[in-house]
Design a protein around this ligand. Structure first.
Ligand code: DQA
Length: 156
């Protein structure tokens, strides 16, 4: 059984749909979860979709991912701009990581222009709304497939 992709969401993302809809849109996190699960199924991927308002809980999930997951999609919310602990956990996880933001963080306040997640990310997607999560899964499907093909070549 292939390991799931962990799709992790940080603080305030549970407020999606109600929170600043002009920036984040009207879809709720449950809507996003549904789209992610449907798209993952079409790609043959399992996903584990979670949200937490607590930095430590996210760090623990990223630590768990090292053994339990094949890759991580992470929207760390505001912790993107503050959390060295999340950067350290991602670096230690040694997994493909796609950083996602619903909004274009580079069009917004300057404090959102710096990300502690990006140095540990394979790729970054921002400004495309919930579609960003689906594109992250597309990218991971390719990355994980390449890994499987390379392993098959090595082991025959
Ligand atoms: C966000 C952007 C962050 O700057 C912000 O703090 C969020 C959401 C996004 O998805 O656009 O909570 O990560």
């Amino acid at each position: 059984m292939a390991k799931p992709v962990y799709v992790l969401n940080g603080p305030n993302l549970n407020m999606l749909g109600r929170r600043e809809p002009a920036i984040y849109g009207r879809e709720t996190l449950d809507d996003v979860r549904g789209r992610v699960q449907t798209h993952a199924r079409s790609l043959g991927l399992e996903v584990e979709f979670r949200q937490s308002n607590h930095e430590g809980e996210l760090v623990t999930w990223i630590q768990d991912a090292r053994e339990a997951a094949s890759a991580i999609v992470l929207n760390a919310g505001a912790l993107t701009h503050t959390s060295i602990a999340i950067l350290d956990a991602l670096t230690a996880a040694e997994l493909p990581v796609i950083e996602v933001h619903l909004s274009n963080i580079y069009k917004r306040e300057s404090f959102r222009h710096h990300s502690y997640v990006s140095p540990a990310a394979t790729g970054v997607i921002c400004g495309l709304g919930p579609k960003g999560y689906l594109l992250a899964l597309d990218a991971l499907a390719d990355i994980l497939n390449q890994g499987t093909r390379a392993t098959k070549r090595r082991t025959g």
